[in-house]
Design a protein around this ligand. Sequence first.
Ligand SMILES: *Cc1c(COP(=O)(O)O)cnc(C)c1O
Length: 474
Amino acid sequence: MSDFRTAAHAAAELVSDYLAGVPAGPVWQPMDPAARQALLDAPLPHTGRELDELLAVIAEQVLPAPMGNGHPRFFGWVNSAPAPAGVLATLAAAAMNPSSAGGDHADVHLERAVVRWIAELVGFPHRPGGGLLTSGTSMATIVCLSAARGRAAARAGHDVRADGLTGLPPLVGYATGETHSCVRKAAELLGLGSRQLRVVPADAEGRIDPGLLRAEIAADRAAGRLPFLVVASAGTVNTGAVDAFEPLADLCAEEQLWLHVDGAYGAFGVLDPAIAHRYAGLDRADSLALDPHKWLGVPVDCGCALVRDPEQLRDTFSLVPSYLRDEEDGGLGWFSEYGIEQTRPFRSLKVWATIAHRGRDGIAADVAHCTRLARRLGGSVAADPALELLAPVDTSIVAFRARPAGLSEAELNALNHALPLAVQRRGRAFVTGTLLGGREAVRACLLNSATSEADLAVLLDEVRCAVDELTIRQ
Ligand SMILES: *Cc1c(COP(=O)(O)O)cnc(C)c1O
C-alpha cells in the first residue's frame, strides 16, 4: 500500500491545484480535436500501469477539459460547483466501498440521518423510512410516482404489483408544460402513458392554475378515468418558478390525489427568508423529489426521494414478506425495500460532509447569495433596452433574451437560439438556452456562492459581445 499512500498524496496535490486554478481559466472551451480523439480511441491496455502514471494521464488528458460547472461564471443548466467537503468525502466513501442496501454499518445509518437532515432543511415532515438517496431526481421521481400509482390502484381495489395496470381505468396525472421531462419519462416507464399525463396550462408566472386543473379533473372523472396525481414544481428548470402549493394541496386533499413536488433544483430556495413564503404548503405534499447534487453542491450523483408515509414506499418496493421484515433498525429494514437499486453507493458521506461543513446557516447564506445575485441580474437585464427579461425571477434562474432594435420575431429567435453557444465559445461565461412560450431564451442559473457581482457584469458584457458578433455576421 505504500505506493497508494504516495499516489494519494500526489492526487490530493493534483486535485487541490486543479480546484484552485479553475476560476482563472476559461469557463469552458471546445476540446482540441486531437485530445478528444485520443480519449475516444484509447486502446484497451493489456498490461497495467503504475498509479502515478495514471495520475499523469488524468492531469494531462482529463482535468484540462472540464464541463465548466466548477467555475464561478458557469450559469448553464442546473449544474453546480462541487462542495470541497463533498470532494474529500468521496475518497473515503470509495475506500470503504460498502453497498448501502442495508445492514449494520456506518453508511446505512448515516443515510438515515442525512435524509432526515435534508427533510429538515426544506421543512418537509419526516418519519424514519420516509425517504432515500437516489442517483438524481429522475430516479427519485420514478420512486415517488411508483408509490403514488400503488396507492391509487390499492384504493381502487387493485394490486398493481401483481396485476400491472390491466383491469384498471386509465390513471391520470396532471402537470404543466414547464414540468421537467423526467416526470413524463416516469409516467411512460410506469405504464401510465404520456397521454395520461395531462398538460394543464400554466398562468403567466408559470404556475399551475388550480381552477383549470379542477375542470380537467372533473372532465376525466366524467369520462371514467381515474385522476390520481398532481405534479407541482418547487423551481421549474426554465425559469425557477415555484407553484402555489396551498391551493394545490387543498385540491389534492379534496379530490384524494397524490401531490408530488419536483424540487430538484429549487427546493433548497426555501432556506432564503426573502423567498421562503413562496414555498408555503410544500410540507403538505405526499412526496418531494430533490437534488442535493444541485444547489447544495454535493458531488454528482445525489438525488433524494422524500415521502410523507414511509409505508407507501415499502409497500411499493419491498419483496420481503411482512412477517419476515427485520425488527432491527427500528424495524425499518433495508433501503432496497424502499427503492429500485439493490447494490447502492455510499452517497450519504458526501451529503453529510457538505452539510456539516457549512451548517444550516452557511447553506442558507449561500442560497440567499444566489437569489440576491439573480434578482440583481434580473434588474440589470430589465434596465437594458437591448435585453428583455422573459420571466419573473422567483428563485435563482434568470430567463431573458437579446432584443436589439429593428429585428423581427423570427430574427430575434434565430439570434437568441445561436446566442448561448456564441457566449460559451468565448470562454468567459457559460449560459444555456431554452424555449419559453415559443420564444428562444437565454437562461442563467446561479448556484455558486463564489459568484460575485463582478461576474454578473462579465456575463452581461459577454452577452453583448456575442450579440454583436452574431448580428454583424447576419
Ligand atoms: C435536474 C432536474 C431534474 C432531473 O434531475 P436529475 O438529477 O438530473 O435526474 C428534474 N427536475 C428539475 C426541475 C431539475 O432541475
